[in-house]
Write a protein that binds this ligand. Structure first.
Ligand SMILES: [Zn+2]
Length: 484
């Protein structure tokens, strides 16, 4: 459970240049290692892994950095391939292949033996899988790989251990409170001052003997790592949940809403609109002159600003929810963070960084407090009434309001969405692997049953009540695929 903190530095120009020049060599080294790993993967069927021999890459920036680059590349490729492994499994599961072939393909996939030259043997059996199946496994994996760009080893931010970079408290008083000393091969050692912040100083946990260089548009940043395993174990033990679950919905007017009625991150959409106007203007200008928006420094800074705002807002909102309600579990829907009325360009940035920031924060809350996350299928959550379960697009007279046409329940639309999310979870209706149409059918069936019981009760008890005129009667159950 490593946490990284960015620490300000004040390297002078010459030293800054040396750090950047080293980073470039390190990245070239990582790229060369990655290329050789991919070759090994396709030719021999496996990656060299974390401890493979890297002496032939020493020329880039020395032996120790080559080993560190190898470890980073191994982690990067490992997580990339484990995602592809999941996709392979889904592809095979969804396919119409015969059961025994699926079983054999799953075995190849479990052993990551897609391109391996070795025999693959089924559990409990003794004959190797036929070449036809192995061939099929290779084709499926190639198709899966083709859907994704390979991870970019040239974008790796070097992680350096004490053989290359060391952080120590400053002894003088003139500069920062820490010094980072670099020993690059073939160069004289040099140090740059770091200026730590209270958040880092007050962090509990064990300082790791590594430092990360993060090259960016303005030069580079320095990150220091802390191992939080012990303090997090203590905070998890101390955490006392006060309720079973809190439903969280992503709003159109606010960033987040909970089923308790909290609205978090008001003004988020307005902030995004302001940035969007600038992003669209730059993009238009660039396109007219035949360039790409990303070539503009101002554009890249705006995109960076969006990422910063999203991350801060998400962290603040989720921290506040845990603070207020101390749930054992957060219930969320699979989300995409797109907001209406913003450009496609900004929405793409939002959905990429929003998902990543949200996942990271949920993982942080699990590490820190043991708060679990449950995910439910988002189909029709915005049209379902949290009180009676009735589903209709007519339940949404406007983007901000929810008004059930069946029972008359009214609420803030995002809050009702959060209530539906929590309610589905407590009823065990995650619908995690259910198609949209089936979700709707099941919701309608349940809502119909409820209404049936309701009518039966009314019929026996409230015979004196006036029947409603036809125009106010409950409409036929309906759903609309196009609404979401
Ligand atoms: Zn209702």
């Amino acid at each position: 459970m490593i946490r990284a903190d960015t620490i300000r530095h004040s390297a002078n120009r010459g030293k800054g240049e040396r750090v950047l020049a080293f980073s470039r060599r390190y990245r070239a080294c990582a790229a060369a290692i990655a290329a050789s790993e991919w070759r090994a993967f396709f030719e021999a069927g496996r990656l060299g892994g974390k401890y493979g021999n890297v002496s032939r890459f020493n020329a880039f920036c020395g032996a120790a950095p080559a080993q560190m680059a190898r470890a980073q590349v191994a982690a990067m490729l490992g997580s990339f391939l484990s995602n592809r492994q999941n996709e392979f499994r889904e592809t095979v599961t969804r396919s119409s292949l015969p059961g025994d072939v699926k079983h054999m393909l799953h075995t190849v996939n479990r052993q990551k033996a897609w391109f391996s030259r070795d025999d693959v043997i089924l559990r409990g059996g003794d004959t190797p899988l036929p070449e036809g199946v192995r061939h099929l496994a290779r084709s499926i994996m190639r198709a899966v790989l083709k859907r994704h760009r390979r991870p970019n080893a040239r974008g790796i931010a070097p992680v350096l251990d004490i053989r290359v970079a060391k952080v120590a408290p400053a002894t003088g008083t003139s500069h920062g409170d820490l010094w980072a000393t670099f020993r690059f091969v073939g160069e004289k050692a040099f140090s740059i001052p770091l200026h730590s912040h209270a958040y880092w100083r007050e962090r509990q946990g064990k300082r790791c003997n590594v430092l990360q260089i993060v090259p960016d548009q303005r030069g580079f940043g320095i990150r220091l790592m802390t191992d939080m395993a012990e303090p997090f174990a203590a905070s998890r033990a101390a955490y006392q949940p006060r309720c079973e679950r809190v439903g969280v919905d992503f709003g159109l007017t606010t960033l987040m809403a909970t089923d308790r009625g909290d609205l978090m991150g008001r003004g988020f959409l307005d902030a995004m609109r302001r940035i969007d106007r600038q992003i669209v203007a730059i993009a238009r200008h660039r396109m007219r002159s035949g360039g790409k928006p990303r070539d503009s420094l101002r554009y890249r800074r705006l995109a960076e600003q969006v990422r910063g705002i999203v991350k801060t807002r998400i962290n603040t909102a989720l921290n506040r929810i845990v603070d207020l309600h101390a749930p054992a579990e957060l219930v969320v829907e699979r989300l995409d963070f797109r907001m209406p009325g913003l450009s496609r360009r900004l929405n793409r940035i939002l959905s990429n960084c929003g998902r990543a920031a949200f996942r990271a924060k949920l993982a942080d809350l699990r590490d820190r407090f043991g708060v679990e996350t449950a995910e439910i299928n988002p189909a029709y959550t915005s049209q379902e009434c949290s009180r009676c379960g009735f589903v209709s697009r007519d339940n949404r007279p406007s983007q901000a309001r929810f008004r059930c046409v069946s029972c008359g329940h009214t609420a803030h639309a995002d809050v009702d969405g959060a209530k539906v999310i929590a309610r589905r979870r407590s009823l065990g209706l995650d619908f995690r692997f259910t198609a949209r149409g089936q979700v709707l059918a099941e919701l309608q069936r349940r809502s119909g049953e409820r209404q049936g019981r309701h009518h039966a009760r009314r019929g026996t008890k409230a015979s004196s009540r006036q029947p409603k005129p036809a125009s106010q009667r409950k409409p036929v159950l309906q759903g609309n695929e196009a609404f979401l």
